[in-house]
Structures are given as structure tokens and as C-alpha cells.
Ligand binder design. Structure first.
Ligand code: SDX
Length: 428
């Protein structure tokens, strides 16, 4: 049997042999299917890209039916157990786990780029006291493009590596500045003796102590949460990063757009939406009534469902285990009981089971962040920090892929056909 699709166009009786590669056909191979020779030719119609592969990638593999997630072939469970975020970021970005020497150099390079230009502090001062930290984060990432014009040299590998280091290193610093701005406290400076997650906690929470000592359990929990959020193949924000990058914009401008996409409550804003939903439900007694409103289509159970996972998100399983460790230190989040009851009901209820709606990465992560002392509006920012590694890796893969060019989808035009201008006095 040949690896081809035989298509018969019943409008003309013509037959076409379309090659199949990697279980797909090239959409442009359909353009030969026409009724009249002067036609544009057949297209596919796929709103929200439900069934369209936009690229070939070696970075992340997801099997949605079996709840499998692998970065460069390594199962997420093993990386969460044995790795740390900087090592996982290196793996995602460069394709292999670093040797001890490579890891030492990589973490040194990141450490030496965590400081922000003093004008960035002035820029962030301009935000209102109640500005949403994610709005501050994405604006400031975009502003970095004006501080590093060398980033426009996107086909220089050395420039791409330097911008990669700057973005991985500065994402936590920008996030911490946004948090400190919102609580009216002075910005902290990085402590080069601390690791990636530990220094982030230092930037966020150091008060008058000369040396901030991060709680090792919370530091490790944050590091593992960063590993879990580092990449997730062609999700909405990553596809945005690729699309913006395809016009050859610099990586800071592309990442500002990716962060904007992540901000949406259906995507990275879901962890914040989950906490707001739990607070709105108010008590475990109100859970059955809320579930009824979800079944009636009046509400969404935020933190549930996924375009790809039609089984339990493997990240949610790991996050539930981290929650137990964190709550031993911080005390249990009172909303946990309600979240567990929502999950218990949803996993049995026909509405969710038939739609294959399971907890995703956002359902429990917010409970941990809140217990660690983060305000709810910081949650999307905590998603954006680690996803910086995935966005850059996917951006670079797109740039160096000979198959790729500027993203420009087609459309089906369903508007008015040609009509003549009517002067204003004659309009009804
Ligand atoms: C992330 O893509 C990624 O990989 C994303 C992410 C990553 O790491 O980058 O994994 C991170 O964004 C996780 C998802 C976080 N979002 C939420 O938790 C928001 C709530 N979830 C949904 O809005 C929804 O499940 C999506 C957006 C996640 C997926 O939406 P789809 O695939 O477009 O599915 P859909 O909206 O078409 O829903 C299919 C059906 C519909 O019912 P019917 O109209 O067929 O009757 O399921 C229903 C939906 O109404 N449904 C839900 C629901 N999610 C889907 N009903 C109630 N509650 C929900 N959460």
C-alpha cells in the first residue's frame, strides 16, 4: 500500500494522489483540486487550528490520550524528580542535558545577567499602584527591545544566545519588580550566591535582612513548578511567539506578544481564574450548585479541560504532590478542600467524563502559589517566567527551520461582494 491519499473530486470526477508524510498531508498539495483552471484551488478550513500541524518540532512531545509529556525525550516525571529548572531550560533550549562543566558555565551566565537597567526600574515606576503584574511584565519585556537593539541580529547565533541568557535571567527580576511595585516596597537586588528559584524568592521577599535565606522546601517546590511550566509544544502563546518571530521581529518583542497570549484566562491566566472561581464558590456546600451551573453552560470549571490532554494532565499529578510538601511548611490552603471536592465530583460526573475534562496544570498550581504568599494576580507571571525557556527554544527552532516563512493564513471571504460608494447625504 502506498503512503498516499487518493481524493476524488465528485464535482469533476477527477482523482488526485496526495502524498502522506508523518501522518499528514501538505495543505498546499490540495491547491491542485479545482473545478475551473483559473480557481485559487482547494484550502482546508481549520478555525483555532484544531487539526493543523504548523511546524515540525523536536522540543516537546505530548500524548494527550495517555497523559504523556516529554522534553527532548525525557519524561516530565523524571525531570521533576531529578533535574532543576536551569538544567531543564538548557535541555529545552539546546537539546541535551548539560555536562557538569556546561551546567556550571550556563548557571554562571544566567546569574551574571539577572540585574535590570536602572531605567527599567524608572519605567516600572510609571505604572499605577494597582497595575496588574502581568500587564507590567509583558510591557517591560517589550521595552527590553529598546535596551538591547543588538537583538535584531536574529541570524547571529551569538546574539541569539546572549538574548536567551538575558531573557531567562531577567524574567524573574522583572516579575519581582512588578510584585514589589504593587506592594510599595523597594526593589531588591540579586544575590549571586543563590540558585535560580532561591534568588527569585530573595528578589520578592527580602526585607531588612542582609542575606535572604530561602526556605529549601519552598525553593525546591518553585523550581519543580518552573520545570513543569517550561514548555508545552504549540500552545496558544508559543504559536504566538512563532508567528511574531516569523516576521523577523526581535525576541523581546516576540516574547511580549507571547506573554500577552498567555495572559488570557483560557490559557496561562487560568491559574488566577481558578482561585477567583474558588473564592466565588465560597464554601464546599456551594460546590454542587456551581457544578450544576457548569453543566448548564453558565460557568466554566477553570483549571479543567485541555485541547490536547483528554486524560489527567501529568503536570497536575506532580503539582498535587508538591502541594502536600508546601502545605507542610505553609499550612494547608483552606481552598484545597473545595478544589478536591470539585475534582471528585467532576471525575465522576457525566458532563465532564463525556467531554474528557480533567484537571490541567492550572487547577492546583494557584493553591500552592497562594500558600507561598503570592497574590492571585501574580500567578500568570509565575507561569510566564519558566515558559520563557520554551518560547525562546520554539522561536529559535522556527527561525532555523528551512520549511518556515512569515506566518500568513488564508481565509474564506463571506462578506459583501463588490458595491459602489454612496455619498453620505444619500445614505438611509
Ligand atoms: C493551559 O495548550 C496548552 O498546552 C496550554 C497549557 C500550556 O502548558 O501551555 O497546557 C496551559 O492553558 C491549560 C488550560 C488552562 N485553561 C483553563 O483551565 C480554562 C478552562 N478550560 C477551557 O476553557 C478549555 O478546556 C480549554 C480552553 C483549555 C480547551 O478548550 P477547547 O479544546 O477549545 O475545548 P472547548 O472549549 O471546545 O470545549 C469542548 C467542550 C465544550 O462543551 P460543548 O460546547 O461541546 O457542550 O467542553 C466544554 C466546552 O463547553 N468545556 C468545559 C471546560 N472546558 C471545556 N466546560 C466546563 N468547564 C471547562 N473548563
Amino acid at each position: 500500500m502506498a503512503d498516499t491519499l487518493t481524493i476524488t473530486d465528485n464535482r469533476t470526477g477527477k482523482q488526485y494522489e496526495i502524498p502522506i508524510q508523518d501522518g499528514t498531508i501538505r495543505a498546499t498539495d490540495l491547491r491542485q483540486i479545482k473545478v475551473r483552471a483559473d480557481e485559487f484551488g482547494m484550502m482546508t478550513y481549520d478555525p483555532a487550528f484544531m487539526n493543523t500541524a504548523a511546524c515540525r518540532s523536536k522540543i516537546t512531545y505530548i500524548d494527550g490520550d495517555n497523559g504523556i509529556l516529554e522534553y527532548r525525550g525525557y519524561p516530565i516525571e523524571q525531570l521533576a524528580e531529578h533535574s532543576d529548572f536551569l538544567e531543564t531550560a538548557y535541555l529545552i533550549l539546546f537539546g541535551e542535558l548539560p555536562t557538569a562543566q556546561q551546567y556550571e558555565r550556563w548557571s554562571r551566565e544566567i546569574t551574571l545577567h539577572t540585574m535590570l537597567h536602572t531605567n527599567i526600574a524608572k519605567l516600572m515606576e510609571a505604572f499605577r499602584h494597582d497595575a496588574h503584574p502581568m500587564g507590567m511584565f509583558l510591557s517591560t519585556v517589550g521595552a527590553l527591545s529598546t535596551f538591547y537593539p543588538d537583538a535584531k541580529d536574529i541570524f547571529s547565533e551569538a546574539s541569539r544566545r546572549l538574548q536567551t541568557i538575558r531573557l531567562i535571567a531577567k524574567a524573574p527580576s522583572i516579575a519581582a519588580y512588578a510584585f514589589r511595585h504593587s506592594i510599595g516596597r523597594p526593589y531588591n537586588q540579586p544575590d549571586n550566591e543563590l540558585g535560580y528559584a532561591g534568588n527569585f524568592l530573595n528578589l520578592l521577599f527580602r526585607m531588612t535582612e542582609l542575606e535572604y535565606q530561602p526556605n529549601p522546601v519552598l525553593e525546591r517546590a518553585l523550581d519543580v513548578l518552573f520545570i513543569l511550566h517550561a514548555d508545552h509544544e504549540q500552545n496558544c502563546s508559543t504559536s504566538t511567539m512563532r508567528a511574531i518571530g516569523s516576521s523577523h521581529a526581535d525576541p523581546y518583542s516576540a516574547m511580549a506578544g507571547a506573554a500577552a497570549a498567555l495572559y488570557g484566562p483560557l490559557h496561562g491566566g487560568a491559574n488566577e481564574a481558578v482561585l477567583r472561581m474558588l473564592n466565588e464558590i465560597g464554601s464546599i456546600q456551594n460546590v454542587p450548585a456551581f457544578i450544576k451551573r457548569v453543566q448548564a453552560g453558565e460557568e466554566r470549571l477553570m483549571g479543567f479541560g485541555h485541547r490536547v490532554y483528554k486524560s489527567y494532565d501529568p503536570r497536575a499529578k506532580i503539582i498535587k504532590r508538591i502541594a502536600d510538601l508546601v502545605f507542610e511548611v505553609t499550612g494547608t490552603n483552606p481552598l484545597l478542600e473545595m478544589a478536591l471536592e470539585l475534582e471528585r465530583i467532576a471525575l465522576e460526573d457525566d458532563y465532564f467524563v463525556t467531554r474528557k475534562l480533567y484537571p490541567n496544570v492550572d487547577f492546583y498550581s494557584g493553591l500552592i502559589y497562594q500558600a507561598m504568599g503570592f497574590p492571585v494576580d501574580m500567578f500568570p507571571v509565575l507561569f510566564a517566567i519558566p515558559r520563557t525557556a520554551g518560547w525562546i527554544a520554539q522561536w529559535e527552532e522556527m527561525l532555523t527551520d528551512p520549511d518556515q516563512k512569515i506566518a500568513r493564513p488564508r481565509q474564506i471571504y463571506v462578506g459583501y461582494s463588490k458595491r459602489d460608494y454612496v455619498s453620505r447625504e444619500k445614505r438611509k
